[in-house]
Design a protein around this ligand. Structure first.
Ligand code: ZN
Length: 325
């Protein structure tokens, strides 16, 4: 259910326009701190810039009671430097479990909680640049795969990457599965792929859910797990590779709980023996070329990319994204 639609209009020149599209809106705002260069830490302004900026709190409802005080407290601070306008919003909600954020295709509206920012840069009170962001969570990625059962492919197959875009509109794994099951016509135009989807932990004490959808060009299957799961894709000897790696995975997960360090060690391992069946794969003319670990916790998403065979373990780089809290 959509519970909040918040809009804030900003004028870089003087007073701003009244927003035209909101449930809760701010009358106007002018950047309250102009600095030589904003200090940005993990994607937001520094505590010092935040503290120096004037808080904007006088938000009013647009719907259902136009002009009435906003239902929940919202605080906005604006920091501008010569190249960038930073708008930081602290939106409070006594029932955060009910915050809704649907993933959609770009530029598609949805029944989510939104923050809109309108910039009346011409100060004509009629036009504005509008930016909007909502809250969301499901992650999907596609791994290209070889056709399991060769068949006549369409002359111009549809890009497999479009599956990710198609699925950007789903709200969870169950919806993703339903979409894929009903998309047979789309799949018939698509070459083989594996799709992995992860749904974040929804409630304390529950597990993140992960699933793999496999399309081999003719048949589709879906495999989901409420806990740690291993999905394997291999061009050569797929059955033997899967069996060998699942055996190692079972042995590993039975002995100790998995964390990022244990996963990294597993992905670099040569069990049962260094070669085409080992997790860190080596065979004539081919081998594992990189390893990527993505760790998502309630506050941050961290991606660790290791170029080259994981067993060599050289040159790992890390990217960190701050998530909404
Ligand atoms: Zn290796």
């Amino acid at each position: 259910m959509q519970r909040l639609r918040l809009a804030l209009s900003l004028s870089l020149l003087a007073l701003g326009v009244a927003p035209t599209y909101a449930q809760t809106s701010a009358p106007s705002a002018t950047p309250t701190v102009k600095v030589a260069r904003a200090r940005v830490v993990s994607g937001t302004v520094s505590a010092e810039d935040w503290a120096n900026a004037e808080p904007l709190t006088a938000f009013v409802q647009r719907e259902p009671s136009e002009g009435a005080p906003a239902t929940f407290a919202t605080e906005v601070r604006v920091v501008a430097d010569p190249s960038t306008l930073h708008v930081v919003v602290r939106a409070t909600d006594p029932e955060p479990d009910k915050i809704v954020g649907y993933l959609t295709r770009r530029d598609v509206d949805s029944q989510s909680d939104w923050i809109h920012v309108f910039i009346d840069s011409y100060h004509d009170r009629r036009t504005a640049y509008q930016f909007a962001v909502n809250a969301a969570g499901v992650t999907v990625c596609v791994l290209n795969a070889a056709e399991g059962n060769p068949r006549r492919l369409p002359a111009q197959p549809r890009s497999r990457g479009l599956i990710v875009r198609d699925l950007a509109c789903v709200g969870g794994l169950d919806e993703a599965r339903q979409w894929l099951e009903e998309a047979r016509e789309v799949l018939d135009w698509t070459r083989a792929f594996h799709l992995v989807a992860a749904e974040p932990v929804r409630h304390e004490g529950s597990h993140a859910r992960v699933a793999r959808f496999r399309w081999d060009g003719q048949e589709a299957d879906w495999e989901a797990s409420d806990g740690p799961a291993l999905f394997v894709s291999s061009l050569l000897q797929p059955a033997q590779v899967e069996e060998a790696r699942r055996g190692r995975w079972r042995a590993r997960t039975q002995t100790a709980p998995l964390d990022a360090t244990a996963l990294a060690a597993f992905l670099a391992s040569h069990e049962p023996a260094r070669g085409p069946l080992s997790v860190c794969m080596h065979r004539d003319g081919a081998g594992t070329v990189s390893r990527t670990l993505v760790e998502v916790t309630p506050g941050a998403a961290v991606m660790r990319y290791l170029p080259g065979p994981p067993c060599e373990g050289k040159g790992e780089v890390e990217a960190r994204l701050r998530l909404r809290t």
